[in-house]
Design a protein around this ligand. Structure first.
Ligand code: TYD
Length: 143
């Protein structure tokens, strides 16, 4: 199931990455503007997350991201101002594309999980919306 952005033009969705199976081990790769629907300007990763901790808890005005569970598992809970949708990532050949203007939190990290994030821009604190009420006011669907 896809989750609409308030503008209804882009969707959060799973990207099936190439998986080259080999008796020596599997290999997965990605290319910007091909498997990833934007130019990759930054990558960062989240690791050593203590049990029970939650990351995220914000939206971005402009940033697009792709999340990959390189190791272990975690849940990405999305909110578009009206609907919630949770994606459980536990395979390193899936990416979760999350467009801008989507509220997200990342929860239920397994021990030793490694979350890789590809981002469409460099880090800009003023692109964050960290207040849920403000997010709903700015981008939430009007009932
Ligand atoms: P934040 O994006 O709030 O973390 P989360 O992964 O939980 O959403 O970032 C946490 C801190 O790290 C914050 O002080 C900003 C800093 N930061 C950078 O300096 N550069 C980056 O690329 C990122 C993602 C965060």
């Amino acid at each position: 199931m896809k989750i609409n952005t308030p503008l209804n033009t882009k969707y959060a969705e799973l990207i099936d990455l190439p998986k080259i199976e080999d008796e020596r081990g599997n290999l997965t790769f990605l290319e910007e503007n091909n498997h990833i629907p934007f130019e990759i300007k930054r990558t960062y990763w989240i690791y050593d997350v203590p049990g029970g901790q939650t990351r995220g808890g914000h939206a971005y005005k402009e940033l697009h991201e792709v999340f990959i569970a390189l190791s272990g598992s975690f849940d990405i809970k999305l909110f578009d101002g009206k609907n919630y949708k949770t994606f459980s990532l536990n395979r390193s050949y899936y990416g979760l594309y999350v467009p801008n203007k989507i509220w997200r939190s990342i929860e239920n990290f397994s021990t030793n999980s490694l979350c890789l994030i590809l981002a469409s821009d460099i880090y800009k604190e003023d692109d964050y919306i960290r207040d849920l009420q403000q997010y709903k006011l700015d981008y939430g669907f009007k009932k």
